[in-house]
Design a protein around this ligand. Structure first.
Ligand code: OAD
Length: 258
């Protein structure tokens, strides 16, 4: 039996229709329906197949740069080989219906941008912003675009920095590294000033990012979760829309009359 379509509470539809300053905060679940693996979903999650602690750390890159670079190039190839989904597109459209919208993502893919969102705050960096591991200069991907042939688990030697010769690294935040200061400060300010905080597709387990919905709650915002599963936020969010982002987000905008 197909489940009844999710109904949007009228009070929430009204809150969105009247919202002035909206924050959208996304995690890996918003890209799930584009075929990009989340981190912690059992079986399908990236980490069911790889040991992230063996790959997503500065120490791992120093010890085995080819494996780490190859893994990220494979992830980049996954992203470049797919398209934004209806959730990304609805979030991009929402920006045109409210006076102010800040999009904060934990994701390192570029699907929000490719759906039309701008000024995306990437708390955990981006697969598409490689930089030198020594002088930190932004780097370009090699012309031969090795990622096009990247296969899961294939080792690929990272290119050398054109300026200092050190290996180029992925532009993502690794375990043990701090979040980009500007991104984190912008995210905190947005969470503390918004009247509506939409938390979409995150397990809300990783700090400090997971503090953001709590900042919004303390500032008096209405907090909404969109997730097919329960998270630690369920008891604090005002609304828990139990469904897939690509299904829920278009319905949420429709209910608000957007
Ligand atoms: P997780 O894999 O921890 O959580 C993904 C969430 O998305 C889960 O709560 C799923 O229930 C939910 N989900 C799955 N499919 C969905 C769908 N179609 N629509 C909506 N939600 C769906 O990923 P994140 O919460 O993003 O950090 O993980 C946060 C951080 O942990 C990542 O940014 C990464 C990792 O450590 C760094 O790499 C620094």
């Amino acid at each position: 039996m197909t489940p009844a379509p999710l109904s949007i509470p009228p009070a929430l539809a009204d809150t969105l229709a009247r919202a002035v300053n909206v924050v959208v905060f996304t995690g890996a679940g918003v890209s799930a329906e584009s075929g990009i693996a989340t981190f912690r979903d059992a079986l399908t999650g990236l980490w069911s197949r790889f040991d992230a602690s063996a790959l997503a750390t500065p120490e791992a890159f120093a010890a085995q740069p080819d494996i780490v670079w190859g893994w990220y190039e494979w992830r980049r190839a996954q992203v470049d080989g797919t398209e934004p989904n209806a959730a990304h597109r609805a979030i991009a459209a929402l920006a045109g219906h409210v006076p102010a919208l800040t999009l904060i993502t934990q994701n390192v893919d570029n699907l929000h941008e490719r759906a039309g969102s701008s000024n995306v705050v990437h708390l955990h960096g981006s697969l598409h912003a490689p930089r030198c591991s020594r002088c930190a200069r932004p780097a370009a991907f090699p012309a031969d675009d090795a990622h096009a042939i990247a296969h899961e688990g294939r080792a690929i030697a990272p290119p050398a920095c054109a300026h200092c010769g050190a290996p180029i690294r992925p532009g993502v935040v690794w375990f043990g590294e701090s979040l980009p200061t500007d991104a984190w400060q912008a995210a905190q300010a947005a969470a503390e000033q918004c009247d509506l905080f939409l938390c979409i597709g995150t397990s809300a387990l990783v700090y400090p990012a997971a503090q953001l919905p709590l900042h919004a709650l303390r500032a008096g915002a209405t907090v909404v979760q969109v997730n097919p599963a329960a998270t630690s936020l369920d008891g604090q969010a005002h609304y828990n829309l139990r469904g897939a982002a690509a299904e829920v987000m278009p319905r949420l905008l429709e209910a608000a009359g957007f």
